[in-house]
Design a protein. Structure first.
Length: 68
């Protein structure tokens, strides 16, 4: 699920701003950061908890993206 940054890739801020009108644009942020967050959580809390928390983090980030 990894993504490499290129000069064509939108910044996180641009992707979030775009997601106000096109919610699917938030996928850029999810794709870019989910794996790293999940690995961090899994090392500390185990896979089951990491699965749940990583999903919750991105659900809340999406719901509150206008506050970014």
């Amino acid at each position: 699920m990894g993504m490499t940054a290129t000069s064509r890739d939108p910044s996180d801020a641009d992707a979030i701003a775009c997601s106000f009108d096109r919610p699917e644009a938030f996928e850029v942020v999810f794709t870019r950061h989910f794996d790293a967050l999940h690995v961090y959580l899994e090392r500390r809390l185990g896979q089951a908890v990491a699965d749940e928390l990583a999903s919750e983090v991105f659900t809340r980030a999406f719901e509150h993206r206008r506050r970014f």
